[in-house]
Design a protein. Structure first.
Length: 280
């Protein structure tokens, strides 16, 4: 019997699927977020975060939506799957962080954002806030990310290579001064002996790691693992054949990237395009 193929076009990732279903149901009902919030008694911004995948919300919200749309317990079931997937992701990420701290070399490809080890506090704050964090939790996560960046400071640091998609450098922060600071930080870090920064121009088109944020961690014993991440989930790849296949893809992308010197010049040109703040 031939294998069955998905035909709905909807995501198979639980968190994204939940967001899609909530969004589609509202569209079918023909109500705005504000109208929905008024009828349910929920903040429209909370509903918006659920629809765009920034948050899964509470089980009470899922139940309220099921009641409103007459979907039985469908949304609550999807919420439970999304929560379970989120917990599994956190566990995998903790394993990754442990391996990261003990690595002797790290190879990264960034499809949409600057890697956390190279982020300024302002960049980290805006990125994490865009993901739905706020208040004290946001402050704590920015502090943790700033502390994590210390991995590249000191004497006994790992060799760190990152290939940044041009998209990363074309996606500025809201504050021009903070964006300039981030670009300048990349230039400063690129001058370090053990930090290599390369840019992958948009002109290369589709490639072996399109839409796949990837990191390889090599331990002192020579073993290598990979962390592959999308906007909704991440996977720790440890099986040697799978890691090797990913490394071959990474090598192809590295061959397409600008050299470190060319990349520094590219970042300088982007920096020149950043508008200066008007005088007080």
């Amino acid at each position: 019997m031939p294998s069955r193929r998905a035909v709905t076009g909807l995501s198979q990732e639980p968190r994204q699927r939940y967001a899609e279903e909530v969004r589609l149901l509202r569209a079918e009902r023909g109500v705005s977020l504000r109208q929905l919030g008024t009828e349910l008694g929920w903040d429209p911004s909370t509903l918006g975060k659920v629809e765009n995948g920034q948050s899964v919300g509470s089980p009470e919200l899922a139940q309220a939506l099921d009641t409103y749309y007459g979907t039985g317990k469908m949304l609550l079931a999807l919420w439970e799957l999304a929560i379970a997937d989120t917990q599994q992701y956190k566990e995998r990420y903790r394993d990754y962080m442990s391996l990261e701290s003990g690595s002797v070399s790290m190879w990264h490809y960034g499809v949409g954002t600057v890697h956390g080890l190279l982020q300024t506090p302002a960049y980290a704050r805006e990125l994490l806030a865009a993901g739905g964090l706020e208040g004290e939790e946001l402050d704590q996560q920015v502090e943790l990310r700033t502390q994590r960046a210390e991995l590249l400071n000191g004497e006994d640091v790992p060799t760190f290579r990152t290939i940044l998609s041009e998209t990363v450098l074309r996606t500025p922060l809201k504050n021009p001064a903070e964006w300039r600071e981030q670009l300048e930080h990349l230039l400063t870090m690129s001058e370090r002996l053990k930090v290599i920064i390369q840019v992958l121009p948009q002109s290369v088109g589709l490639h072996a790691l399109t839409n796949t944020d990837t990191m390889f961690l090599r331990a002192a014993d020579g073993s290598t693992v990979a962390w592959v991440e999308t906007g909704y989930s991440g996977e720790l790849v440890q099986e040697a054949p799978a890691v090797e296949r990913l490394q071959l893809r990474y090598d192809r992308v590295r061959d397409l990237a600008l050299s470190p010197d060319e990349s520094r010049e590219f970042i300088r040109r982007i920096l020149e395009e950043v508008p200066c703040e008007p005088p007080n």
